[in-house]
Design a protein around this ligand. Structure first.
Ligand SMILES: *[C@@H]1O[C@H](CO)[C@@H](O)[C@H](O)[C@H]1NC(C)=O
Ligand SMILES: *[C@@H]1O[C@H](CO)[C@@H](O)[C@H](O)[C@H]1NC(C)=O
Ligand SMILES: *[C@@H]1O[C@H](CO)[C@@H](O)[C@H](O)[C@H]1NC(C)=O
Ligand SMILES: *[C@@H]1O[C@H](CO)[C@@H](O)[C@H](O)[C@H]1NC(C)=O
Ligand SMILES: *[C@@H]1O[C@H](CO)[C@@H](O)[C@H](O)[C@H]1NC(C)=O
Ligand SMILES: *[C@@H]1O[C@H](CO)[C@@H](O)[C@H](O)[C@H]1NC(C)=O
Ligand SMILES: [Cu+2]
Length: 850
């Protein structure tokens, strides 16, 4: 995440033109009438809008979930798994998404509503070992025909379970903390603090963070590090203390658990006794500590600038939204776009059946997995890696803060999910809004005129906060038929204890800066790659699609007409069109010299050109990246998709619905879904194609990431752009703007009577009914297309600064409510693997017995 470019823009406005601009402003604000509209008017706006069909991807609702619980209780087939001794925890229940063929029959060909099935995940104990086991239960609602079957068809491992290396996370936590407590003389000596099991809110106590060093068939090795509690602002990932201990849990049975080596200042100690002996020696070096303080606060209240005391410019929407939302079906339509929304606990939000002008462009668009892979010289950071769907990119889609996470005029949708026998609702987890960019979509100045069009787009946004880090994910729709997927990261970085070798021969201590930069007395940044996989099941004019790489290449060629001025060859360039014949991974080309096109070989536009969508790295911090590490030691086979920027595969929507599985984290060497097996060289010409692409970047945080990473420095995107898909630019019919004409016209003829007849037609067409907003011609030479504001408006203060006290009340009494679970030092102290487990603790307390 390094290079971003500021474009120097030179603007030259001819004098004669600026007077026209002046006129434009003069006539734009002519009246004194005011309009008071509150943002709540949007609710009534949508009330009559209905999706054309039932959402086939609608999540399991509360009624269905309790029917399933009852059915599972009563079902005699509950002993499905013969070797299961107990089935003690229902891990989750959610929709098993219907197969594409069934959905397409339903949506396109008046077929039956697809059967509803649930994916039910249980924690089962077999021969003392815990397993997480997936079943499919359906059809719903439960009847005598309803079955419980092992869910294997979407997993290319052929299994429906993973072995969990931990059966009782609380026992493990307790054990780890007792190790910390038993070593309190060591921690007091080296770190000036100790673990406090009895008071989780103790701000001075140490907590412990961990990363898996090995996970293999129930055997797990952990490296733990002591951290400051950072309880004030959740900053513990900035407070590593540089003391580490290794734990070995060969099985889920606590009797087998062993403490391993200790690590401090580059030295390994066989056990705590050896470390105690060592620090009694006179030459033992004690390292600096990371203390919490105001430096980890996200706000600075102590210094300020006068400008801070004046509110900033904001977006308003005085006449309500222009998109349509069916809240019952989670269906949205805007301009010529329409689509369904659907969520899962692991993957968060997906969009389905994205259409433009009623024609499907994308069947499914959504996140598959979010990898963050670290490196470093010390035991925690080196090999630290998160696959964040394991922790729940969906269940951790916490409440958005109106007016700040999204504009004041945005609307919100909740996200509900069923886990541990309980329904949770994250209030306001998704926001939807239109926004007008600061830069126009189009502009042109000619001798006699200037035209400019607004760039207004639709955004669907959610934020997943997984432990220390926040991922904002946007799906953005543009008037021309383009779709952008954008990821921004913020939150607290995961810092490394400063342990890089220092060269004492330098005048000042010089760091090798091999893995990061020093950002505090005892803190280094820790370089890492964010590689976030998305799936795009494109259907361009149907499913018979071909991927074409159109290369822009230098060329030497002779032309007869070039002679004699060019005696030999002309140095120039041309295009070379290469069909991609087999499934493959691609990287974004150097110098942007290739265009990746998903084409419909048998569909042409009016000009006889093949219709296509172009896939390109979009706005943000350069091109999205793939994983730098080759054959990561930690990842095993769990995330093979991370090795290239973009994959094009033959779509097997039923048997290969995803590039990953959220439980891959627990069995990296033998994952439920191994992406590498999906890339098996199948032919992909005129086939249903699926793309997997990454967002993210190489993140080498610097002192500017303290206390939080800033989103403008951490954004990446991919854009799907129509490419000869239409006959011309489709945004012309929907955009709003102005034409300012400077052509001299005979005065006597009056408005609209031009010498140019074509001009006359254009002008009359652009006239719209006038009300509080208006389009059409306002004065000689200034014609608007699309509506504009013609009167002053007053907007409710809620649109500018939403009432957040009222908003907080809305969350009361809702399980989960949408805020991040309150964590304590004990449960929350173990970062990494245990972040997700804390939710289970939360769930366990609320579990419904069934
Ligand atoms: C999807 O199709 C597969 C066969 O490819 C079938 O086994 C499975 O039951 C179907 N799933 C659903 C939810 O209908
Ligand atoms: C289901 O089976 C039971 C027992 O065979 C029968 O009593 C009941 O009527 C059946 N229910 C339905 C909905 O067919
Ligand atoms: C901690 O010390 C107590 C008391 O000596 C002992 O019972 C316990 O086993 C120790 N815990 C660990 C993890 O070593
Ligand atoms: C601790 O390690 C030392 C070697 O460094 C070894 O001699 C000693 O036996 C170990 N103590 C225990 C209790 O394992
Ligand atoms: C597309 O056109 C080619 C050549 O005419 C033909 O062989 C092929 O079957 C067509 N494909 C489809 C899906 O119609
Ligand atoms: C990674 O694994 C592949 C396949 O096993 C192998 O061809 C390649 O040499 C490996 N690369 C490294 C750097 O280990
Ligand atoms: Cu990062």
């Amino acid at each position: 995440m390094a290079q971003w470019t500021l474009l120097g823009i030179t603007i030259s406005v001819p004098i004669i033109f600026s007077s026209a601009v002046f006129l434009f402003f003069l006539f734009s604000y002519p009246t004194r009438e005011q309009h008071v509209l509150s943002s709540s008017s949007s609710t009534s706006y949508h009330s009559h809008f209905r999706a054309p069909a039932e959402n086939p991807f609608a999540e399991i609702d509360d009624r269905e979930a309790s029917q399933i619980y009852t059915f599972l209780q009563e079902s005699s087939s509950i002993d499905l798994s013969k070797d299961a001794e107990s089935r003690n925890l229902n891990y989750l229940i959610e929709l098993l998404r219907p197969n594409k063929s069934d959905v397409v029959k339903y949506l396109d060909n008046n077929g039956p509503v697809p059967e509803r099935w649930a994916r039910v995940s249980n924690l089962e104990i077999r021969k003392d070992n815990p397993y997480i086991v997936d079943y499919m239960v359906g059809p719903l609602p439960p009847s005598n025909d309803t079955q419980i079957l092992p869910l294997t068809y979407p997993y290319n491992s052929g299994r429906n379970y993973v072995q969990s290396p931990i059966s009782d996370v609380f026992a493990l936590l307790d054990w780890a903390l007792s190790i910390g407590e038993n070593a309190s003389d060591i921690t007091q000596e080296l770190l000036g603090a100790k673990v406090n099991r009895n008071d989780p809110a103790d701000p001075d106590a140490l907590v412990m963070g961990s990363r898996p060093a090995l996970i293999d068939q129930g055997h797990m090795v952990h490296w733990l590090e002591f951290f400051g509690s950072g309880i004030e602002s959740d900053s513990r990932s900035l407070l590593p203390q540089g003391l580490y201990v290794k734990l070995d849990t060969p099985s889920a049975n606590p009797a087998t658990w062993k403490t391993g080596q200790w690590f401090y200042n580059g030295f390994l100690y066989d056990n705590d006794t050896a470390l105690r002996e060592a620090f009694k020696l006179p030459d033992f070096v004690k390292l600096e500590l990371n203390h919490d303080g105001s430096w980890t606060d996200t706000e600075d209240f102590s210094t300020s600038f006068p400008e801070r005391d004046m509110p900033p410019p904001l977006s308003i929407q005085p006449y309500g939204p222009r998109y349509h939302l069916d809240r019952d079906q989670n269906y949205i339509s805007w301009m010529r776009f329409s689509f369904y929304l659907s969520t899962t606990q692991a993957n968060g939000l997906s969009l389905f059946d994205i259409r433009y002008d009623s024609t499907r462009i994308i069947y499914q668009l959504g996140l598959q997995e979010a990898l963050a892979h670290y490196a470093g010289v010390e035991p925690l950071q080196s090999g630290l890696e998160f696959l964040d769907t394991f922790f729940g990119m969906g269940s951790m889609m916490f409440s958005l803060v109106p007016g700040l996470d999204c504009p004041g005029h945005a609307e919100y949708l909740d996200m509900s999910y069923h886990k541990g026998g309980k329904m949770y609702t994250n209030k306001n987890a998704i926001c939807i809004f239109e926004y007008t960019s600061d830069a126009p979509l189009q502009r042109h100045t000619s001798t006699f005129s200037a035209t400019v069009s607004r760039n207004t787009y639709l955004v669907v946004r959610s934020v997943s906060t997984v432990g220390n880090y926040d991922y904002t994910i946007d799906y953005i729709f543009y008037l021309d038929g383009s779709i952008e997927i954008k990821l921004r990261a913020s939150g607290y970085i995961f810092g490394a204890f400063h342990a890089e070798p220092r060269s004492s021969s330098q005048p000042r201590d010089a760091y090798t800066n091999e893995y990061g930069y020093r950002i505090h007395p005892a803190l280094h940044t820790s370089m890492h790659d964010h590689v976030v996989s998305f799936k795009a099941d494109l259907d361009i004019c149907g499913t018979a699609n071909t991927m074409v790489r159109t290369s822009i290449e230098p060329l030497q060629r002779e032309y007869d007409w070039d002679k004699p001025e060019v005696p030999l060859v002309r140095n120039t360039m041309h295009m070379v069109h290469n069909t991609v014949h087999h499934e493959t991974g691609l990287n974004w080309p150097q110098n942007g010299k290739e265009m990746y096109l998903v084409t419909a070989p048998n569909s042409t536009n009016k000009w006889g050109e093949t219709r296509a969508y172009r896939i390109l790295g979009g706005t943000g911090m350069g091109n999205p990246s793939h994983l730098t590490i080759l054959n990561s030691t930690t990842l095993g086979k769990s995330a093979a998709w991370s090795s290239a920027d973009l994959w094009v595969l033959k779509n097997h929507p039923d048997s290969e619905p995803s590039s990953a599985h959220h439980l891959n984290y627990l069995e990296p060497l033998d994952p439920l879904v191994d992406f590498e097996k999906m890339v098996n060289g199948e032919e992909i010409e005129e086939e249903d194609l699926v793309l997997y692409f990454n967002l993210g970047g190489h993140h080498v945080p610097s002192s500017q990431d303290v206390p939080n990473t800033l989103m403008h420095t951490s954004a990446s995107s991919v854009v799907f752009v129509p490419f000869n898909y239409f006959d011309d630019d489709m945004s012309r019919a929907s955009r709003q703007g102005v034409r300012i004409d400077r052509r001299p016209r005979p005065k006597a003829e009056g408005k609209g009577h031009n010498a140019d007849g074509k001009e006359e037609i254009r002008r009359s067409k652009s006239r719209v009914a006038r009300s509080d907003w208006a389009g059409g011609e306002d004065d000689d030479g200034v014609s608007y297309f699309g509506a504009r504001y013609t009167k002053p408006v007053t907007v409710s203060v809620d649109m500018l600064s939403p009432d957040l006290s009222h908003y907080m009340k809305e969350h009361e009494g809702v399980p989960g409510g949408g805020w991040k679970a309150v964590r304590n030092n004990v449960g929350g102290g173990l970062l990494g693997l245990f972040v997700g487990k804390e939710r289970q603790e939360d769930d366990a307390e609320r579990r419904m017995d069934w």
